[in-house]
Design a protein. Structure first.
Length: 279
């Protein structure tokens, strides 16, 4: 959020040091008497003619704007058992939800639940296994897609937000961080590294700029030693026990819940095209 404040003639202004990732800027054509405040400035007090302000983080307006477009995804298997949960968001057009492919790949039934709304059914219309993305179709034309940010403005070090449903919670949860690095693998695929708390269930949630524009899709399953961890995830419960304790179940719980302080996301430009699909 960028706002403007104009001091009166003769007024002396003192700004307290802004928190990390925030700054004050002089407006271009109002350089003599106007400041931009990022993301927001609050009046603290005054001493003689010196006015003191400090910045604070306030994303309430952004969250209010985006929350109706981000859904909890519930996945049911063929035995009518809960297979898992994830996140997804409306992107591109109404009735289209993007998420990670691993969230829905083994689903027999998919339900999507938006804040303060009943669950509704959804079906997969596109899978992109290479980038671990999927598009879902659902019947609710009242909800708006999230805006996308121009890729040219995505740079290492920018503040980011991501909103989803971690750890199977049913309430939208928002975290903040910075875009720590933009990396490429051996075949040239781009990955965003996030300095933020990404947990199981965040997979499929939008990675956004501070004003709520999408720059990527968060993937909570992307981990180091992925092949080894997948072998553990594919083990059957009861395959390894110690003193009556199921070790496989413990390993799986650790994989789902350990958070190492860094997250991954793929750029929004990798989201599959759906314009030619007949819906």
């Amino acid at each position: 959020m960028v706002e403007h404040w104009s001091p009166k003639p003769g007024m002396r202004v003192r700004f307290l040091p802004p928190p990390l990732g925030q700054s004050y800027r002089l407006c271009g054509r109002f350089r003599k008497n106007c400041y931009q405040r990022i993301p927001q400035v609050r009046f603290v007090g005054q001493s003689k003619k010196c006015y003191t302000f400090y910045t604070y983080m306030d994303y309430s307006r952004v969250i209010e704007k985006i929350k109706s477009s981000i859904a909890l995804i519930v996945v049911i298997d063929k035995n009518n058992q809960l297979l898992g949960t994830g996140s997804g968001f409306i992107f591109g057009k109404r009735g289209i939800l993007v998420t990670c492919n691993h969230v829905v790949k083994d689903a027999s039934v998919i339900l999507v639940k938006f804040p303060e709304a009943a669950p509704i059914g959804a079906k997969v219309i596109i899978k992109d296994e290479e980038h671990d993305l999927a598009l879902l179709k659902f019947d609710d034309e009242a909800r708006e897609p999230l805006e996308i940010q121009e890729i040219s403005s995505v740079k290492e070090g920018i503040p980011v937000l991501f909103s989803g449903y971690p750890l199977s919670v049913e309430h939208l949860t928002t975290h903040q961080g910075i875009l720590s690095a933009i990396t490429k693998d051996a075949i040239g695929a781009t990955t965003y590294l996030i300095d933020g708390t990404v947990n199981s269930g965040n997979s499929g949630c939008p990675l956004m700029t501070e004003d709520g524009k999408v720059i990527g899709v968060v993937n909570a399953k992307r981990q180091e030693s992925k092949n080894l961890l997948e072998r553990v995830e594919n083990m059957q419960l009861g395959a390894l026990a110690l003193h009556g304790v199921d070790i496989v179940e413990i390993y799986k719980a650790l994989i789902r819940n350990v958070q190492l302080g860094i997250g991954y996301a793929v750029p929004a430009s990798y989201i599959p095209e759906h314009k030619e699909i007949k819906l």
